[in-house]
Design a protein around this ligand. Structure first.
Ligand code: UDP
Length: 309
């Protein structure tokens, strides 16, 4: 296949570029480097099947030659990032999705949208199945990301129904691993950096809110299986191993053999109280389930952060 990956220099995008190259495909990565980094893909430039285009996908995009698949992964994805760049986040989810869908349609390529567990908002059912419609504050600070991704899902399904395009929608739950930015602001990079430097570990609120964390290699293998499937409706990909944020902080402190104290900071506005993927659809239709447990994945991630810091 010849594949375009928007957001290809980001955390997930760069792991996807690697996976597709490893599977023998040709990869074009596109990124405006707002939150993506060239260092993430530096090692791929000597592969003749890899190329990179620096471009903002909210403007007209063109790629010469054929494309078999287009994966739209461009977007700030950390709450800190999308609060810092609210308008670019709305634009890439809305205008960007429109542009990238247009390109996929022109090339008769399969279109995949990187959607998110954030479309469920602060969910009132746990775990969250794909059939749950969500509980989102449209005008809150997280609304810029949640609503952009909800619009993107609507746009993707409309293109599927109206233009008969083959589409895939992956609802990505919290993912962690190598190449997350140190200043990314999410729980795992924050706790890792703080633990390695023996600085206070900042738990927001009382730490009783839950998350379910998926190691990056499991996530990209699920995405790959979804792309190769014929499932046009949304599929949750994530690890259902649910922990409280306080448990996560303690686990990272133990793995890092850190002397850090755990300190409390205010809970961000609209921070979801619970999050856990119901992955029965992925298990049944894709025969996919995560393989790397939380402790094992965090040990690998810790080695990366230690080397970076
Ligand atoms: N969090 C925290 N300390 C930090 C960063 C995050 O306690 O330094 C909490 C945050 O409030 C949330 C959870 O960890 O409850 C996961 O946050 P993250 O930013 O990783 O992603 P989210 O799942 O909220 O999109």
């Amino acid at each position: 296949m010849r594949v375009l990956i928007t957001g290809g220099a980001g955390f997930l995008g760069s792991h996807l570029c690697e996976l597709f190259l490893r599977e023998g495909h040709t990869v074009i990565a596109m990124d405006n480097l707002l939150t993506g980094r060239i260092e993430n893909i530096d090692h791929l430039f000597n592969n003749e099947r890899f190329s990179f285009v620096k471009q903002d996908v909210t403007n007209f995009i063109h790629v010469s030659g054929s494309l078999d698949a287009v994966l739209h992964f461009a977007s700030p994805a950390s709450p800190v990032d999308y609060l810092r760049w609210p308008i670019p986040t709305l634009k890439v989810g809305a205008l960007g999705t429109h542009k990238v869908l247009g390109l996929a349609k022109d090339k008769k390529a399969v279109f995949m949208l990187a959607s998110t567990s954030e479309i469920y908002g602060d969910p009132q059912v746990n775990p969250q199945p794909e059939s749950y419609w969500g509980h989102v504050n449209t005008i809150g600070p997280r609304g810029v990301y949640d609503e952009a991704k909800r619009f993107a899902e609507a746009m993707t399904m409309a293109s599927h129904r109206y233009h008969k395009m083959p589409v895939r929608i992956v609802r990505i739950f919290n993912t962690y691993g190598e190449r997350m930015r140190i200043e990314d602001g999410r729980a795992v990079p924050n706790f890792m950096t703080q633990a390695v430097k023996n600085r206070p570990i900042t738990v927001y609120g009382d730490g009783s809110q839950t998350r379910s964390l998926c190691y990056v290699s499991d996530l990209v293998s699920g995405i790959y299986k979804l792309l190769l499937s014929d499932v046009n409706t949304p599929v949750n990909i994530g690890n259902p191993e649910e922990v409280t944020v306080l448990e996560l902080a303690e686990l990272i402190r133990r793995i890092s053999r850190s002397k850090s104290k755990i300190v409390r900071k205010p809970l961000p506005v609209d921070d979801p109280k619970q999050r856990c993927p119901d992955i029965r659809v992925a298990r049944k239709l894709l025969r996919w389930s995560p393989k790397v447990g939380l402790e094992e994945g965090l040990k690998r991630t810790h080695a990366y952060f230690q080397a970076m810091l």
